[in-house]
Design a protein around this ligand. Sequence first.
Ligand code: SAH
Length: 244
Amino acid sequence: MSGKVWLVGAGPGDPELLTLKAAKALAQAEVVLIDDLVNPQVLEHCPAARVMRVGKRGGCRSTPQDFIQRLMLRYARQGRRVVRLKGGDPCIFGRGGEEAAWLEARGVCCELVNGITSGLAAATNCGIPLTLRGISRGVTLVTAHTQDDSEPNWSALAQSGTTLVVYMGVARLGEVRDGLLAGGMRAGMPVALIENASLPQQRECRSSLARMQADALAFGLRSPAILVIGEVAASTALELARSA
Ligand code: SAH
């Protein structure tokens, strides 16, 4: 008998933002491997499953990626139904694609289940419409942190005219600012810094490109947080709609 692995997005934190499909996958799971940005409240959907925490926040002690993959493989080969639960969406800065390919190369059946990614949830929760007719014609999701320490092409991003949603940016606000300013983005471009999006402890700080690092420091911004950079970050949806 061969098992199966579901790579499931748990959404940004609010347990009500879990999809019905994710809840179904959890309900039938025998083993659940849970990342540390996942709200443990979603485990109410899998009361009978064996739950293992395999979180690995940047800079903290962590379960090595290789070990997690081998764990999934072992349980699947034992014929178990395994859910790997990740924060947000499994394929947005979540290694979902890599893990699916790795498992499939070893003959394990694998299914990806969408979650609401934190960048989109953060903006909407704060009343920021990431696209808005006449103001923002697109959105770019980008990470400020890369494994090889290479810089994103900030100039291209500055010139794109899209709203930028930056993940993993808290420790790199200075680099993001310098890159975008050098790329021609205006110093007064509105920025929203959103911490713990969709959770009761959500906090938001409105700032501008030039001031965001100093404002984040004064605000005590902590990870996990999303940066929304663009004209739409200036105000709430209602205000923007009125002025459009
Ligand atoms: N797969 C996840 C992203 C994982 S990368 C997703 O789709 O959301 C981790 C980064 O996600 C954090 O550094 C932070 O930038 C962002 N993040 C995750 N949860 C968040 C939350 N509740 N509030 C704000 N940012 C969050």
